[in-house]
Write a protein that binds this ligand. Sequence first.
Ligand code: HSE
Length: 437
Amino acid sequence: MEPVKVGLLGLGTVGQGTVNVLRQNAEEITRRAGRSILVTHAAIRNLPKAEALDLKNLDLTIEPTDIVDDPSISVVVELMGGLEPARTLVLRAIDNGKHIVTANKALIALHGNEIFAAAQEKGVMVAFEAAVAGGIPIIKAIREGLSANRIEWLAGIINGTGNFILSEMRDKGRSFEDVLEEAQALGYAEADPTFDIEGVDAAHKLTILASIAFGVPLQFDKVFTEGISAIAQEDVIYASELGYIIKHLGIAKRFDGSGIELRVHPVLIPQKRLLANVDGVMNSVMVQADAVGPTLYYGAGAGSAATASAVVADVIDVVRTLTSDPLNRVPHLAFQPGALADVPVLPIEDIWSEYYLRMEAEGRPGVMADVTRILGDQGISIEAIIQKEPESEGASVSVILLSRRVREGVMNQAIERIEALSSVTSRVTRIRVETLA
Ligand code: HSE
């Protein structure tokens, strides 16, 4: 049988990894796919840089339409990232009857509904395993492996750069900037690293996971998103004194039949939980489903070969289904396109959580009573309190509180009242607690 020809849009970290993995494992991949797979073309921005890579038998072009319009190419692998021109090129390739494999989470999270509809119309596949959690086959696991289940919630460390920064800062006392620089050099970070640090990248991935878990349309604009930049070294230390580790999680949860929660923010996790011990660039996603119970997926969340592993697996899937009936393929978002549910995404004020609060207060009697009175007035129970001694006479003290479960809207009112106290001299740092039980 003729080899299947693949064209790459982008030849950066993941693109080079894809070429390497396909060549390195060519024999096994052919046995799995039933046909050999050749990357014949790549579109790149910087021609001299790509030529220096000395990738043999690869036609290079700076014009991506050379690839999306080339009739010899069956599969277009989009690895350029960003929304445009990626969206236009992907839609044009679909219109030309090509199958798409992409690692572009922003593209799928924001334009997936449109792209899948176009693909459905043309009878082509859009595969996007590499868009979420790097090399972990989490899309396949949820969409196919867990398809017998009603999924109740999932929670995951889904940004490798952020997790690498948090781990290195905690374990080696390295500075934020220093670790970020290393993550960039290793090809983990996004082109705009604020996407990693401010949780936008994780929100893209959570949008995708929630859709395939709950059978709802992709709705990136409804995800509540908080990054890691506000986490101070002392929060890491106090969390540890209380028996927790701070992680940055994406959480998607059904709530009381009334809606779903979609949120990305730092959390305190009990130290013994497996997710609390996922460090460095590793990602991990825990899925709670009704029949199987909890399952946990772990692996490299970023990096050249790890992400290429997911890209190439998708290319193999596409090749295997080239001859199959489009109506009987696995649906893009796990549920049949006409069967997506219209479930509301709840505002963050309506979630329920335990909370870690830290504030600076005047080192004088009565301050703690003021704070606990406000919490009591709001009906918020306190699980633990730590009050640090002032470093010198008259200096301010740190007060750390752990609350019991309360609705976020009620906690917001309490925080507003605490911040208005003249004895409280800082903003209140609030980190939600996830017991993952
Ligand atoms: N910047 C992303 C991360 C790359 O660090 O997780 C993988 O999606």
